[in-house]
Ligand binder design. Structure first.
Ligand code: BG6
Length: 486
């Protein structure tokens, strides 16, 4: 591969994400040759640390993934700067370091600023990068920003304005790690790569679309954050919406990032916005109660969760797009913690054939279903009608199955590796853009408001089940049922 020279400035350089994801991902890009000699990484955090100790942190995070020689050579590209993101004076140091390392490593003036710090600092940092002259004028300047992108439409817009004061939208790479997942990226391959699917990807053939983001784990140690966010903000506003974007989008005029985003935005702008009554009719919330095992405590028994918390750990709902392609086709989305299994998937439910095979086949035809399995095991399932092995003519449903081989699994890049690589290439295809993010916030705000005012029931569901019964009712209302049942 061609080398992609740059200096990466990472705010939050000793944090958990850096150690668990970013350094191993950068190391993979190094081993593959996308990073060679012409790159440097500056890590910052508040506490003092020298370069040697910082490099030791980096080495430890990748030690298992390469030879001693590779690990050493890679870590030698890392520098540390103790930095207070709120203190403008501190940015001068970074400016000098950037210039110096750019020269030392001949990095072509390319810069990525990566914000892996508490979200309340994002806006301030972006403004300081601009005002304190950290940007280069010889190469590219790109900003990578972690989630959450705001906590409501209003706060997201404020953040967007702050980011925009320093960076144009094509320089901002909003990370949604679901967009970096192999099988999420497989959605457009399957849809646009097969005319039989592409041509039928609409209301004439599709009955409903289901997106399931089920988790087995509970809130773990993150109650401080999670109890203020809930499943709606933690998973629906971002991950579920981004997957729906790939599924519902119009066909892009080319596979470039601008055309992909435009095609997604066209459909997002046709999302039906709900008023209070429609929120109650189309969305349900739940919270996990105890399970059968002793360790399966209820959400309100978890450490640091207030006993009277009405936080949602489960959300299911129906999205509707009012356009030619989709009018009348519900997009069901659901997510929850402490469910029966970890299962991230999309199920496209096609309409049933109305062909009459005769009296022995009454009610035997099923709805064909195309399932794109995302996690924990990637794959594609297609259930089709075929003939049953009977004397009288009868049909039955059979399953065609493909799953990612162990070999492919080993080769699959981590979402962070892919996202870093895309940002270095300036490819925004797999990042969330402001227009989509703003629409999903406006939509989600309506739901959050109804729930904050306690105008909808909160169902307590048993841990290690598939969650709220109300969500089954929601689908039953329109003659549908969840394909994945745990
Ligand atoms: C994160 C959420 O964005 O995604 C977590 O904050 C959630 O609550 C996680 O557990 C799930 O990601 P994945 O990749 O494990 O499905």
């Amino acid at each position: 591969p061609t080398e992609l020279p740059l200096v990466l400035l990472l705010f939050g350089g000793t944090g958990d994400l850096a150690k668990r994801k970013l350094y191993p991902s950068l190391f993979n890009l190094f081993k593959k040759g996308y990073l060679q000699k012409h790159f440097a990484v500056i890590g910052t955090a508040r506490h003092p640390l020298d370069d040697e100790k910082f490099q030791e942190v980096v080495r430890q995070s990748i030690a298992k993934n390469g030879t001693e020689g590779q690990v050493k050579e890679f870590a030698a590209h890392f520098r540390y700067s103790s930095h207070d993101v709120t203190d403008l004076k501190d940015y001068g140091k970074l400016k000098n370091m950037l210039a110096k390392l750019d020269k030392e490593f001949d990095a072509g003036g390319n810069r990525i600023f990566y914000m892996s710090v508490a979200p309340r600092f994002f806006g301030q940092i972006a403004q300081a990068i601009k005002s304190e002259g950290l940007m280069s004028d010889t190469g590219y300047n790109r900003l990578m920003v972690e989630k959450p992108f705001g906590t409501s439409y209003k706060t997201a817009e404020e953040l967007q304005n702050q980011l925009e004061s320093g960076f144009s939208d094509d320089q901002i790479f909003r990370i949604d790690h679901y967009l970096g997942k192999e099988m999420v990226q497989n959605i457009p391959a399957v849809r646009f790569g097969n005319p039989i699917l592409d041509a039928t990807w609409n209301k004439n053939y599709i009955k409903n679309v289901q997106v399931t983001l089920a988790e087995q784990l509970g809130v773990e140690e993150r109650a401080g954050y999670y109890n203020t966010a809930g499943a709606l903000l933690d998973m629906i506003q971002n991950h579920a919406f981004q997957i729906v974007g790939w599924l519902a989008m119009e066909k892009p005029s080319s596979f470039s990032d601008t055309d992909i985003r435009a095609a997604k935005n066209t459909v997002f702008s046709k999302l039906k916005m709900y008023d209070e009554r429609e929120v109650v009719a189309n969305f349900v919330r739940g919270q996990y109660g105890r399970g059968r095992e002793v360790w399966q405590k209820s959400y309100t028994e978890e450490p640091n969760v207030p006993a009277d918390s009405k936080n949602d750990t489960y959300v299911a709902g129906r999205l509707q797009f009012e356009n030619d392609r989709w009018t009348g086709v519900p997009f069901y989305i659901r997510t929850g913690k402490r469910l029966a299994a970890k299962q991230t998937r999309v199920d496209i439910v096609y309409k049933k054939s109305s062909f009459d095979f005769g009296k022995f086949n009454q009610d035997k035809l099923s709805e064909p279903v195309l399932s794109i399995l995302i996690d924990p095991v990637g794959g594609i399932n297609f259930s089709l009608n075929g003939k049953n092995v009977t004397t009288e003519f009868e049909t039955r449903s059979d399953l065609l199955k493909w799953s990612i081989s162990d070999q492919d699994k080993v080769k699959t890049p981590d979402p962070y590796e892919r996202m870093l690589h895309d940002a270095m290439n300036g490819d925004g295809s797999n990042f969330a853009d402001w227009n989509g993010v703003s629409i999903s916030w406006k939509f989600v705000d309506q739901i959050a408001k109804v729930w904050a005012e306690d105008k909808a029931p909160l169902e307590i569901y048993e841990s290690a089940t598939m969650g709220s019964v109300a969500s089954d009712r929601l689908l039953a209302e329109t003659g549908d049922r969840w394909i994945y049942r745990g």
